[in-house]
Each structure stands twice: as structure tokens, then as C-alpha cells.
Design a protein around this ligand. Structure first.
Ligand SMILES: [Zn+2]
Length: 285
């Protein structure tokens, strides 16, 4: 059901994550990143940090520690944050320069602003790449693809029911599990998160990316007849599954294909009450 095209270069975030699980002989799920931090000699501190910052890796003398924002209430998000910071530690500590907490926070907020210098732009690019790598590491530490794929393939169902089951099994958030599941899937499928009737972000499988009729746009209002619109705020409907015209969601990649098609896509939408988002699994049969 899910693809087995798993090739990761030596030294990649995925290879590092699998390596540390192997070195520490960790085989039980859900993975406990607090235990991994302890085994690596990294101290964890809980501290109130700005809202934009879930955690920070700090070096004090020869010691390393992770500050975790006490504003994070969900254990799944705390775990992801710790796993992400362990990623920074394992991927970058040899090149990292030690600096104070204020310096770190200032550097982080600078990268969210517009840069008008070449140096600023390069710094921002490097920062975003390092964040991407740490996220990749965290995903592979908590949900190692080879094992995750085997578990996903053993489930009877696909899409949202499978994602919910895997999230429980791996102790991960619905969001990160859904994205990981979809990216690894052999189906032509996508996962879309919308909020207040607007498509916020999405992820898709290789098959979806390669399909010439499947192109999603973020920041766009939901189609009024899409099932996700029915699950949006204020509605009494919290979950709908049906097939809908493909053009409710996607436009073709190539303008020349922009004639009406009668393709339909299976849409499964569910409101997430805690975040008020709607999660949608799209699957082109
Ligand atoms: Zn980071």
C-alpha cells in the first residue's frame, strides 16, 4: 500500500535518526525523546519562552541543554520539540557557536523579517534549511519510515482512520502523522489543512505530485461545495466522506489541460475541535 522507495544518504537527518535509535537499542514505541536526551547527556529545562519559539538548544560551557517552552501543553508537541532540538544537536553541534539565550531569540526573530541585504537573505536561507533538517530528523526519530511503512501497510483502512491509529501507536500529533503518512503513500493522495474556510497548508504523495491534474494552492478559499466547507466552524457536521468533482480541490498543472474533466476525487474531511482546523484526506482512485 505504501511505497518502499526509501533511500536516504549517509549523514542525512533520516539516517542520523535511525542511527541513534540503533545505537541506543530503542525498539519500543512510542519513542520517548526525553529518554534519548538523557542518554545523550542533554539536560531539559522547562521555561516560558516567546510564543513563536517551542524550544531552543543551548550550550553552556561544555554542557548541552534544551529549553522547552512551558506554554506547550500537548505532550505530542513537547515530544516533537525535544526530538527537533536533539536533531539540531546531532546535526549541527560541531559547527554551532555557543551564544546566550537572548542572542538566540534575537537571531530567530530576525529570520522572520524581510531581509534587504544579501547577507541577511543567506542567513535566513541557512536558518530555514537547518529547521527543515531538524524537522525531518524529528519525524524520522518518532516515526522511522521503514517501521512506519510496515505498520501502515498492515492496517485494513487507508486515509484518516489509518492516520488516527498510527498517531496513537506512535504518540505523535495528528498533523505530523498525517503529513508523514501521506508523503510516504503509494496512492495518489494529499492531506489538506484548512482553517476558517481557507486552505492553510498541505502535503502530498509522489503519485499526486506527478499527476498532471493534481495541483493544490494554499491561501485559497475552500470550494463552497467541498465537504470540508460543510465541516467548517459553526457547522453541526464534523465529518464527511464522499467523492466530489476533482476541480473542487485541484486545478491542472498545464493550462492546456484546463478543460472540464469529469474526474472525481474521494474526499474525507473531519473537523479537529481543538484547533478548529479541518483535516481533509484526498485520494484519486
Ligand atoms: Zn529548530
Amino acid at each position: 500500500m505504501l511505497n518502499s522507495r526509501l533511500r536516504y544518504a549517509k549523514g542525512s537527518p533520516a539516517a542520523k535518526a535511525w542511527g541513534i535509535l540503533r545505537d541506543l537499542s530503542i525498539q519500543d514505541f512510542p519513542i520517548n525523546p526525553r529518554q534519548i536526551a538523557a542518554e545523550l547527556g542533554i539536560v531539559l529545562w522547562e521555561r516560558e519562552l516567546p510564543e513563536t519559539c517551542d524550544g531552543i538548544l543551548m550550550q553552556v560551557g561544555n554542557a548541552w541543554g534544551i529549553l522547552v517552552n512551558t506554554r506547550i501543553r500537548l505532550e505530542t508537541r513537547q515530544n516533537f520539540t525535544i526530538a527537533h532540538e536533539i536533531g539540531h544537536y546531532l546535526l549541527e553541534r560541531d559547527t554551532a557557536r555557543s551564544c546566550s539565550l537572548d542572542e538566540r531569540l534575537n537571531a530567530m526573530s530576525a529570520t522572520t523579517q524581510e531581509c534587504d541585504t544579501e547577507e541577511g537573505r543567506l542567513q535566513k536561507q541557512a536558518y530555514l534549511l537547518s529547521e527543515q533538517r531538524a524537522n525531518r530528523f524529528a519525524v524520522e526519530l518518532l516515526m522511522p519510515s521503514p517501521i512506519f511503512l510496515t505498520d501502515a501497510a498492515s492496517l485494513q483502512q487507508v486515509g484518516l482512520p489509518a492516520i488516527a491509529e498510527l498517531a496513537t501507536q506512535y504518540g505523535t500529533s495528528l498533523t505530523s502523522t498525517a503529513i508523514h503518512y501521506t508523503r510516504l503513500s503509494d496512492l495518489v493522495c494529499a492531506i489538506v489543512f484548512s482553517e476558517n474556510g481557507i486552505i492553510r497548508y498541505f502535503a502530498y504523495s509522489n503519485g499526486f505530485r506527478e499527476n498532471e491534474y493534481c495541483y493544490l494552492v494554499s491561501g485559497k478559499p475552500l470550494h463552497p461545495d467541498a465537504l470540508a466547507s460543510r465541516c467548517s466552524n459553526g457547522s453541526r457536521v464534523s465529518e464527511v466522506l464522499d467523492d466530489v468533482p476533482l476541480n473542487y480541490w485541484c486545478k491542472p498543472k498545464n493550462q492546456q489541460l484546463n478543460k472540464e474533466t469529469d474526474y472525481r476525487i474521494i474526499e474525507h474531511s473531519r473537523r479537529i475541535p481543538r484547533t478548529n482546523q479541518v483535516i481533509t484526506f484526498l485520494h484519486l482512485p
